[in-house]
Every structure is written in structure tokens, then in C-alpha cells.
Write a protein that binds this ligand. Structure first.
Ligand code: AMP
Ligand code: MG
Length: 478
């Protein structure tokens, strides 16, 4: 591997050089050895002294090279040009032997020119939540930024109350957001917009360059990868919480998640973000919002492609999302091919779950139970009559599948996780960490790294939340 700084160097007028503000008594609390190996990061960074020297010493390698990126974004539907890395810095790009590039980005690094009224810090609970969710999503097969390490500290950070400050280093293809393009377009800095497009095409979409219209091709790719991502969120019951365009990655990965939630009971209108008063980012709004966001991004493509071409790219979103969602849901029910009639069965099941407020994950896992019977399924619901009708229709449908039952159940278990990152599990890990122990974080990470396996020794991690963990309110202020 080697370190590169292509964004900072080639787009130097779109970043600000910044210094990292050290934390009081930093402690390397979590380190993702597997990810470090995958991105070929030098072993020595797993040693706290080496890592902290690079980050915090005046002549530390990361400290000398850190930059904050400028971007804007539509927040809750309103345009805001005043955004940027307010508490995060890009440390370096790691280029692997296979020429794959990974941004290393430090969150909670202190004030930058884009901090506005913020302190540039991140608190322990939010860094733990991001770490856990990144790795949980990854193990479910949902594209996401990853967590490389978490640095705890004795630094006091003030939110609604005093908390401890922490930092997280995350890794992903790049930190380029929809809001990067929107900013230079909306502020009419078309020369910079052009440089950003050239850079992004060369580095991240090189295969689009030979297309007769590279910008069209790139927009199409972003549309399709975003559609695939949202299909996965909907199928696994993931609610992002703050789908502002500055939190949308151009790589179709889950990105910048704060008040997220994995659904416990199935409530399509679930709002996980306490600050989202109108439910703009409610679970069932996510598909529409992502298209709205793509539309906002597409404005930045208007200097390059016609409105007709933009429409052509955007109209692919819905079809792609529906096809991928149907594939994913089909797999959850054990259907090899999914027809429109099958989707009716899927929707009837979801309606039953919603009506009887059943747990999303456990209900699907029940379908994979080798001892599933009519009475077992009807016992799971309040409306037993409807459940029975559904069960019989479902059994008739799976009888058409060619796979023997046991093999079908194996494939279904690979599509229906037993373990998801429920908010109460994250909270338990946070509580322990706030008392100085990261053992629960590590245990939870281990469980979530094999979400589809039975792991009987961890049975209790598959349980629905206790009363205190049922309607947890997670806010943006972290
Ligand atoms: P977020 O809600 O985390 O996506 O952040 C929205 C914007 O606010 C981004 O420009 C962030 O960099 C900035 N921001 C969030 N928290 C802080 C903070 N504590 N200090 C400075 N800027 C922040
Ligand atoms: Mg953000």
C-alpha cells in the first residue's frame, strides 16, 4: 500500500488544510484488524503510540496532511450552502496493490473552517453507534463506509449534558457526497464543478470516460447503485434517519449515519430520528427521498447533459429498486423467481406484521424454522385467521419450488438475519463503554459479524427489546 492525497492535491481550492485537535488521554479502544488487513494498512497503526503520533504530533504524518472538504447539501428539503467537514478531516487515501483506493477519514477531529457553531467534536456514544452500524451493515451485505478504529478519551464534550469525546476513523472509497457537486453548481462555481467532475470520473468512474457521454454514464451509475442500496435498506429494515444530500455518498453506500435504527417491530412509518418532526425520513419514505436526492444531485449535471438525458437516468431508479427489492424479498421467502403474485404475498405478510406489530427480524426468521407449522405461525400473530390464510397460500407457493425443504431453508437463513443491531443492544454496549469497558462492544461486534448463523451461545442477542429499549429517541446532536 501507499498513501496518496489526490483529493487534497488536485482539488486544493476545494479543501482547507486543518490541524487535528488532540484528545485528552486518548485510548485506542477498538481497532478493526480485519479491515486494516483488507485495505493493506501498515500493521504499526494498530499500535496506539504510532497512530497517536501520526494523528496528534505537530509533525505527525496525518496531522500534516489533514484537510476538511467543502460541500453543501439539502437538509430536510432546504438548500444549505454552509456545510463542509465541520468535525471530520480527510487523513489520507490508502492505495492498495490492486489500485483500490480507500479514504481514511477522522471524525471528531476538532474545529475546521466549516464548524459553524459546533465544537468539531464527536461524543463516545455516537462514534460507537457508527462503528457498530458500519460493521453490522457490512456483514449483512449492505454497502457501507467501514469503521477502522475508535479512540476514546477523557476529554469532556458538552451536549445536552457533559459527555466524553471520542474519534472514529472510517474508511470508504471516497467521501464525495451529492452535496459536493450541488455546492459548486448552486454557487455557480462552474470551473470548480468541472474540476470535481474530471477528478471524480478519472478516479472513481474511469470506465465511464470511454462512454460516449461520461457524465450521463456516471449519473446513471449513481442512480442504479443508490437504488440497489435503498432496496437493501428496505429489505433488511434499516432506517438511516438523516437522508440529507450531504449524507448521501456518490458510491451508493450507507454513509454518515447518526440516529439510524434497525426496525424492531415492523412499523412502515417508523421515524428513528427524534429531530425529524414531519417524518420526512420515515422508513417507508426512504425510497422516495433517495429519488428526491438524486434529482437534487442531477441539477449539477445540467451543464453537461440535457434534461432529457437526466430524465432518462432518473427514470431507471424506480424499476431498478423494485427489481432488486423483489429479488431480496423473494430470497427471504425462499422463492427462486419472484412474480407479481409473489409480491402480493410479500405485501400481505408485511401488512400482517404491521397490523399486529410483530418483530420484523424474528418474524422472517420464523419462516426459516424447520418445525414451522400452521399453529406455530398463527400463534405468532394476534389475527390468527388472517395468519392462517396467509400460511396456506405461502405453503402452496413454496410447494412449487424445486429445492428440497431443507436446502430451501438453508438459503432462506442466508437472507434472513437472526442478529441485527437493535438500538437497545447498541445502548447496552454504550453504557458499558461509558463506564470504561469496551468488552460488550467487542462481543456485539463478534455476534453481528455472523448475523445469519445460529450462534446458540449468543441467543439472547436475538431477543426483542426490553421495555426501556422499545422507543428509544436518538437525536442528531452527537
Ligand atoms: P451531520 O448532521 O452530522 O450530517 O452534520 C451536518 C453538518 O454539521 C456537517 O457539515 C457537519 O460537519 C456539521 N457538524 C455536525 N456536528 C458538528 C460539530 N459537533 N461541530 C462542528 N460541525 C458539526
Ligand atoms: Mg453529515
Amino acid at each position: 500500500m501507499h498513501f496518496d492525497h489526490s483529493y487534497a492535491q488536485k482539488l486544493s481550492d476545494m479543501v482547507s488544510q486543518v490541524r487535528i485537535s488532540p484528545l485528552l488521554e486518548p485510548e485506542l479502544a477498538l481497532y478493526n484488524e480485519q479491515l486494516a488487513e483488507d485495505i493493506e494498512l501498515k500493521n504499526e497503526f494498530s499500535q496506539p503510540e504510532t497512530l497517536f503520533d501520526a494523528l496528534f504530533k505537530a509533525d505527525g504524518y496525518f496531522n500534516l496532511n489533514a484537510v476538511a472538504q467543502k460541500y453543501g447539501g439539502h437538509q430536510f428539503g432546504g438548500w444549505n450552502p454552509d456545510l463542509g467537514d465541520g468535525r471530520g478531516v480527510l487523513l489520507a487515501e490508502v492505495v492498495t496493490q490492486k489500485q483500490r483506493s480507500w479514504d481514511l477519514h477522522l471524525k471528531g477531529a476538532g474545529k475546521t473552517p466549516y464548524s459553524r457553531f459546533g465544537d468539531g467534536r464527536a461524543v463516545l456514544r455516537s462514534t460507537i453507534r457508527e462503528y457498530l452500524a458500519s460493521e453490522a451493515l457490512h456483514s449483512l451485505g449492505i454497502p457501507t463506509s467501514r469503521a477502522l478504529c475508535l479512540i476514546a478519551s477523557k476529554e469532556t464534550v458538552y451536549r445536552e449534558q457533559p459527555e466524553t469525546g471520542a474519534m472514529l476513523i472510517r474508511a470508504c472509497q471516497s467521501h464525495i457526497r451529492f452535496g459536493h457537486f450541488e455546492y459548486f453548481y448552486q454557487t455557480k462555481q462552474l470551473d470548480k464543478l468541472d474540476k470535481l467532475f474530471t477528478y471524480t470520473l478519472q478516479k472513481h468512474y474511469p470506465w465511464c470516460i470511454n462512454h460516449e457521454n461520461p457524465h450521463y454514464s456516471m449519473l446513471e451509475q449513481i442512480v442504479l447503485s443508490t437504488a440497489d442500496l435503498i432496496a437493501k435498506w428496505q429489505a433488511f429494515g434499516f432506517c438511516h434517519g438523516v437522508m440529507n444530500t450531504d449524507n448521501m455518498s456518490i458510491h451508493g453506500i450507507t454513509f454518515d449515519f447518526g440516529p439510524y435504527a434497525f426496525l424492531d417491530t415492523f412499523d412502515p412509518e417508523y421515524i428513528c430520528n427524534h429531530s425529524d418532526h414531519n417524518g420526512r425520513y420515515a422508513f417507508d419514505q426512504q425510497p422516495g427521498v433517495a429519488l428526491w436526492n438524486l434529482n437534487a444531485l442531477a441539477h449539477a449535471f445540467t451543464p453537461y447533459i440535457s434534461i432529457e438525458q437526466i430524465k432518462q437516468a432518473l427514470t431507471q431508479y424506480e424499476t431498478r429498486l423494485q427489481i432488486h427489492y423483489a429479488e431480496l424479498m423473494g430470497a427471504k421467502f425462499g422463492f427462486k423467481k419472484v412474480t407479481n403474485d409473489d409480491m402480493k404475498l410479500v405485501n400481505q405478510w408485511l401488512a400482517l406484521l404491521a397490523q399486529d406489530k410483530r418483530d420484523y427480524t424474528q418474524s422472517f426468521r420464523l419462516l426459516c424454522d424447520e418445525n414451522l407449522s400452521q399453529s406455530k405461525l398463527t400463534d405468532h400473530f394476534i389475527d390468527r385467521e388472517q395468519a392462517q390464510v396467509w400460511y396456506q397460500a405461502y405453503m402452496a407457493r413454496v410447494a412449487e419450488e424445486s429445492l428440497p425443504k431443507n436446502e430451501r431453508l438453508v438459503t432462506m437463513r442466508e437472507a434472513n438475519p437472526k442478529f441485527i443491531l437493535r438500538n437497545y443492544l447498541a445502548q447496552n454496549a454504550i453504557n458499558e463503554a461509558e463506564n470504561g469497558s469496551f468488552e460488550e462492544c467487542k462481543r456485539l461486534l463478534k455476534v453481528l459479524s455472523n448475523p445469519f448463523d445460529e450462534q446458540p451461545e449468543f441467543e439472547h442477542y436475538a431477543q426483542t427489546p426490553p421495555d426501556w429499549g422499545k422507543s428509544m429517541e436518538i437525536s442528531c446532536s452527537s
